[in-house]
Design a protein around this ligand. Structure first.
Ligand SMILES: *Cc1c(COP(=O)(O)O)cnc(C)c1O
Length: 503
């Protein structure tokens, strides 16, 4: 499998070449030159692999279609080392639980930092360590986070040989729990940098450094932001796992609409007549910011996973909802980026969106470059409404969208707590709110649970009057000593900082 850039550069690259890179040299994002097709028989085999051998083996099946420069035995060992019940809290790794009326929650947030980003980042940490050792090289990871990426990256990379992490975050914008998670790490290879600005200022600093090819080469700068293809690929796996769980007991012999929800904790015989043929479709609603999570769903769907709809849920920062409703992609300025109670979705431009638009435009690299490299830089928006491709976003690629506000978030969290005694986090609440508006009879709707409520406790208390549960290992972390450096939103400042810590 070779990888190409969304902006037209077709010089062939393999997985491990792009693993340690961020943007392609032409400023585009990497995508596989084609999406491997998963036929019905393979889907059935994967269902059985997940059921009988577990998530790590399923991950190996998916990854090995895209990675041909790591020996199979090594790749399998990396998957097994990553996806364990000890690290992710259950043998299913991403257990599905019923919520209401055809809506399910897929738990992606039981890893080390309690957000879905651990799903990809834990694998990335092991891939980086493996590849750097193989090459005898070092890597300096430069990242931007609004909270969850940074902690997931730091917990994945702490103590790893050959890797340093320089993580920028917007000063004072993360929740106290998130700040404590990151800033309490004392590992020598972890550097926290609090930037005077918003998330997009941090992301711009990272991009500016990555675009300085000399500096990038000299200091071996890599990234773990969601533009990294390996992260996106790791996320593709749980769309398959979600599908297999949602369709496992819905064989036609049970009768349509029969109570097909297994009791909590039940070990049910997976499969059945319908499962043999994977005729059922499911839909996903994905709380979205940088479009990384839902882009993995797009990849799964392109591979042939029977996904009816991919519903993009945004908060008040509705760049993506606006695009799917109108065809206009209009990035916001920092000043127009709202600070919300689902802060990990507070973005003004969605850095992975270019990947989808590249596919939408029939993989026309020149056109993609004209939109993202030119129009956005010049006028801050582009409009595809009149383009014939735009209608295919829904009809051909299954995309739909919706938006949720602070009031919606509070109402949804309170409603689920009062009626079911269940607490969900603010981002997942945006997903549930939008999923309720898009659920179709007979099609399971899976909402991706992107974080646990304890990470955003203040809003949960506002909605329910109660403090969310806290896993014991996080007791008292807010009181721990903090290790963080303050910096202005200036690419030169961070270059100087990196240079001074790399000798
Ligand atoms: C990162 C994050 C999101 C947004 O995911 P994208 O891949 O950027 O679209 C949503 N919810 C939570 C809790 C997150 O950490």
């Amino acid at each position: 499998m070779q990888y190409i850039s969304t902006r037209g550069d077709r010089s062939p690259k393999h997985f491990c070449d792009i693993l340690l890179e961020g943007l392609a040299p032409d400023g585009g994002l990497y995508l596989p030159e084609h999406y491997p097709q998963v036929d019905d028989a393979t889907l059935s085999r994967w269902r059985s692999v997940y059921q009988h051998q577990g998530y790590a083996e399923l991950a190996f099946e998916v990854l090995s279609l895209y990675i041909d420069d790591i020996p199979a035995a090594d790749l399998k060992a990396l998957c097994r080392k990553t996806y364990t019940a000890e690290v992710f809290g259950s043998p299913e790794i991403v257990p599905l639980r019923p919520l209401e009326n055809g809506i399910w929650l897929e738990a992606l947030s039981n890893g080390p930092t309690l957000a879905f980003k651990d799903m990809a980042m834990q694998l990335l940490g092991n891939l980086f360590e493996y590849e750097l050792a193989r090459r005898g090289e070092e890597l300096n990871i430069l990242g931007a986070t609004s909270g969850d990426t940074g902690s997931a990256a730091e917990y994945a990379m702490r103590g790893k040989r050959g890797v340093r992490v320089f993580m920028t975050s917007p000063q004072g914008r993360m929740s106290p729990f998130q700040q404590a998670q990151m800033f309490s790490l004392m590992d020598d290879n972890i550097f926290n940098i609090a930037v005077d600005g918003v998330f997009d200022d941090c992301q711009d600093m990272v991009k500016a450094v990555s675009n300085d090819l000399d500096f990038k080469r000299r200091y071996k700068i890599g990234t773990v932001n969601s533009i990294n293809w390996a992260r996106l690929l790791a996320q593709v796996v749980y769309y398959f796992a979600g599908y297999f769980q949602a369709t496992k007991t819905q064989a036609p012999t049970l009768g349509a609409g029969a109570s097909s929800l297994p009791p909590e904790g039940a070990v049910s015989p997976w499969g059945g007549a319908a499962a043999q043929h994977n005729t059922e479709k499911v839909s996903f609603t994905v709380p979205s910011g940088n479009f990384g999570n839902v882009c993995a769903g797009h990849v799964a769907r392109m591979m042939g996973l029977p996904i009816a709809r991919l519903v993009v849920a945004t908060n008040e920062n509705d760049v993506l909802d606006e695009f799917f409703k109108t065809g206009v992609y209009r990035v916001r300025s920092s000043a127009d980026t709202h600070e919300t109670s689902s802060p990990s979705m507070d973005i003004s431009k969605a850095s992975n969106f270019e990947r989808f638009v590249f596919d939408l435009l029939g993989r026309d690299g020149a056109r993609t470059k004209a939109l993202f490299g030119d129009a956005l830089a010049r006028v801050g928006f582009f409009d595809l409404e009149a383009h014939p491709a735009f209608s295919r976003a829904a009809s051909h690629y299954g995309f739909d969208s919706g938006k949720s506000t602070h009031a919606d978030r509070l109402a949804t969290i309170k409603d689920l707590y009062v009626r079911h005694g269940m607490m969900i986090d603010t981002h997942t609440a945006d997903g549930v709110k939008v999923a309720r508006e898009h659920v179709q009879a007979g099609v399971p709707m899976i909402v991706l649970e992107t974080a646990l409520p304890i990470k955003f406790a203040a809003t949960i208390v506002e909605a329910t009057g109660r403090e969310p549960d806290r896993p014991a290992r996080f007791n008292g972390i807010e009181a721990l000593p903090k290790r963080v450096v303050a910096m202005s939103a200036d690419a030169q400042a961070i270059k100087t900082f990196i240079a001074s810590h790399c000798s």
